[in-house]
Design a binder for this molecule. Structure first.
Ligand code: ADP
Ligand code: ZN
Ligand code: ZN
Length: 750
């Protein structure tokens, strides 16, 4: 965490002899993208003109690093440093500066999440290529009037045919278009038929606000009106677009995006990465005439750099991306949309812990611009904000063009469970049969990757565990390996029990999606089955192509983990079966377990009957009377919300109270425990605030590190960050192998 005290680096260490005749140069604070919570002052050489937000190269310790000129001093000691002793800025980069708004946003996030400001900056600079000198790229074009090569081949002819339009193409591109190798292209360059020249910089297609006219109906009209007026209002507002799946939320917020670019400003749409399907891109293209600028983990380093710059210059008008797209250097952001706002993938639990949905609202308020949150199952937090009038509540209550919501029923596994060793109850199997008979698609959902969550020895009862984590190894039969889902440890499926060495005594217990797929292919050998699980789909591209095939009707039965729940629109899907409805409810300590299970099951069952066909959903459960199951079956969301909100309110849980988790870890068990207790002892006394723990974490060991947790529970009106800051100042420092992680508004309690 705050490593401030352990930093030995002094900016004053410059070997200027004091009698040197340096006129006093102006100096400016510079923030570096490192784990430090302060700016350092640097001299500005006479021939440089710097302004806040500019990227500069400065000496820092033994290195030269890129940092940002800040407009105020942050952190550090109050002792003024002799300006003569300061080091000087070495270079100003030819990179568009960060806006002052970005500086304020970074400070806000750092203060709120109790992270180092430098680490927030690092997040904002996560495109190293953007800060490198822009090298022109070279390609080839046809030399006008050049004589044909003496030796002609089919491949050469194809390449020349493609190049005959005179355009400049990269060698790789020309080779691909002409279906030949780059050696052929190089040969043509050598004989002088093609010549190398600079490639024109690629440009981003400009979206058109009026590319398509959409006719809206019913509730949609009022929603569009509200969204467009929010954009026209030119002030901060948050709207919660709360509409059942298929009600047209996307179409509605596209209108606000259109209005924003019509007014000349930029817009960003944040989505869980796996909802960034080609379907979504296709709809975007249909509405705006071009593909959106995408920001996600699958981009190459040069692409990241190019997009980062285009966002900074304003060339990129609409960005669609995962949570980190919020931290791009927009020069004139006019609208933020967070789609699937309830999705937990907006929470980052690495380095800077933040919730992108909440930070989007902060960014909106700092920038004085509207924010739109959209979901079919809004988070409790957003519901409460809507009820208290902080968010405008925009409701879309029915599916577009009359498609109806699916009927959902429970299958009580206590009464009509499957035979042993099987996971689909007779009723669900029947339903699948009927669906296939009607030439429609069925989806089976189980939120568990792999074949079986547990491997057990029949002889001695041994459970195969991860050597580095408190977790069972999960069998992945396709890969013939056991995997740890916490640390990535893997091992070939053993023949003998690792403990008692009996041969062939290991048995797989419980189902994962692979096992359900096995059962389905035994029962329906004729059916075309698609298995969707993040570990089986190598990347976003492959995922998109699988989704396209499903959409095109090239699958009869789809079996998947939560990646099937997000945003997809499968027109021919009529049946959804939830293999284990109770799965998410077992996470006892998590105050959001009920909410999350409801959202997931509702989203999954909502995939059925999106087009004209009436959809049906079935949830296999051992507790059909559980409020979550009742809400899913009856479709009475309001009753569920009512109950859930009152539980949170009574318990002082979010959003009625604030939580901050402190997680201590070390390789040594005793050291971890001892440190956790020392940290706990340093907690300042406070009246209305409780510090719970330390307690061993539910997953006590991850990657060989022993973990202990503390939880701060505070009323909403209390400045819990100020409390934690005070605490951390008094607490012992995490030295050596010890780590102390702070997670403000935690979503994980494991
Ligand atoms: P949601 O985001 O609420 O799940 P979508 O925006 O995906 O809903 O809409 C569901 C389907 O209905 C999509 O295929 C969409 O193109 C279509 N649709 C919704 N509203 C309209 C409209 N006003 N005109 C034409 N098609 C619409
Ligand atoms: Zn054994
Ligand atoms: Zn592990």
């Amino acid at each position: 965490m705050r490593a401030l005290n352990s930093v030995t680096l002094e900016t004053g260490q410059l070997d200027l002899t004091s009698d040197q005749e340096t006129a006093q140069l102006p100096c400016v604070p510079v923030l570096l993208p490192v784990a430090l919570d302060q700016t350092y002052d640097y001299q500005v050489p006479p021939d440089f003109e710097v302004a806040p937000g500019m990227f500069v190269k400065v000496p820092f310790g033994p290195q030269v690093r890129t940092g940002v000129v800040w407009d105020t001093q942050v952190g550090g000691s109050d002792k003024p440093v002799d300006p003569k002793k300061l080091k000087a800025i070495q270079d100003c980069l030819d990179v568009p500066p960060l806006s002052v708004l970005s500086l304020r946003f970074a400070e806000w996030i750092a203060r709120y999440s109790l992270s180092d400001l430098g680490m927030v900056l690092r997040m904002m600079m996560s495109a190293p290529a953007a800060f490198e000198a822009q090298k022109p790229k070279f390609g080839v074009r046809l030399v006008v009037g050049a004589p044909l090569p003496s030796r002609m081949t089919d491949a050469r002819q194809r390449a020349l045919d493609v190049a005959s339009d005179g355009e400049v193409r990269s060698k790789a591109r020309l080779a691909e278009d002409a279906a030949c190798s780059t050696a052929v292209i190089n040969g043509l360059v050598k004989v002088g038929v093609l010549v190398e020249c600079a490639l024109p910089a690629p440009v981003f297609g400009q979206p058109r606000f009026d590319h398509a006219e959409v006719e809206f109906e019913g509730d949609q009209l009022a929603a569009v009106h509200a969204m467009v007026s929010a954009v026209d209002g030119d002030t901060f507002s948050t709207s919660l677009v709360d509409g059942v799946t298929g009600s047209g939320k996307t179409e509605v917020y596209f209108e606000a995006v259109a209005r924003t670019i019509e007014r000349g400003r930029q817009a960003v749409i944040l989505l869980p990465e796996i909802a960034l399907t080609s379907q979504f891109i296709g709809r975007f293209e249909a509405r705006f005439g071009v593909k959106p600028v995408e920001w996600h983990s699958a981009l190459s380093a040069p692409e990241r750099g190019r997009i980062w710059r285009a966002v900074a210059t304003g060339e990129a008008r609409i960005v669609v991306g995962a949570r980190s797209a919020l931290f791009l250097p927009y020069c004139d952001l006019g609208l933020i949309v967070v789609d699937e706002e309830h999705d937990t993938s907006f929470k980052q639990d690495d380095r800077v812990h933040y919730q992108a949905r909440d930070m989007a609202v902060v960014r909106g308020s700092l920038g004085g611009i509207p924010v739109i949150l959209a979901s079919a199952t809004p988070s409790i937090e957003s519901h409460v904000n809507a009820r208290h009038g902080r968010y405008r509540h925009v409701v879309l209550s029915s599916r577009y063009s009359g498609a109806t919501m699916p009927d959902v029923g429970a299958i009580d596994l206590r009464q009509e469970g499957p035979e042993t060793g099987k996971w689909l109850s007779p009723r669900l199997v029947n339903e699948i049969e009927t669906t296939l008979g009607e030439k429609q698609q069925a989806l089976l959902f189980l939120n568990r990757r792999g074949y079986a969550p547990l491997t057990l020895c029949r002889t001695c009862g041994h459970r195969v565990e991860c050597p580095q984590c408190t977790a069972w190894l999960v069998e992945h039969r396709f890969r013939h390996r056991l995997h740890c889902h916490h640390c990535g440890f893997t091992l070939p499926i053993p023949k003998k029990c690792p403990k008692c060495a009996s041969e062939d005594s290991l048995v797989a217990c419980g189902p994962g999606v692979e096992r359900v797929a096995e059962e389905v292919s035994e029962r329906f050998p004729e059916a075309r089955i698609v298995l969707l699980s993040s570990d089986l789909v190598p990347g976003l591209k492959e995922l998109r192509s699988l989704i396209n095939r499903i959409e095109a009707g090239e699958a009869d039965i789809i079996i998947g983990t939560q990646i099937v729940a997000k945003g997809h629109h499968f027109p021919n899907l009529a049946l959804v079966g939830i293999v284990d409805g109770d799965l998410g409810l077992a996470l006892g300590a998590d105050p959001r377990a009920g909410e999350r299970t409801f959202q997931l099951l509702h989203q999954v069952t909502g995939r059925a009957g999106r087009a004209a066909a009436k959809g049906r959903g079935f949830v296999q459960t051992y507790m059909p009377e559980h409020p979550v199951m009742q809400a899913i079956i009856s479709g009475d969301r309001e009753a569920f919300l009512e109950k859930e909100i009152s539980i949170r309110e009574r318990g002082g849980l979010p959003p009625f109270g604030r939580l901050v988790a402190l997680i201590v870890s070390a390789r040594d068990k005793h050291q971890a425990e001892q440190f956790a207790r020392d940290v706990a002892r340093a907690a300042p006394a406070a009246d209305r605030l409780a510090v719970l723990g330390p307690a061993e974490a539910p997953i006590a060991v991850v990657r060989g590190r022993h973990r202990w947790r503390l939880l701060v529970k505070a009323p909403k009106d209390l400045d819990v960050q100020a409390y934690c800051r005070q605490w951390l100042e008094r607490a012992p420092q995490a030295k050596g192998d010890l780590r102390l992680t702070i997670d403000v508004d935690p979503y994980s309690f494991l």
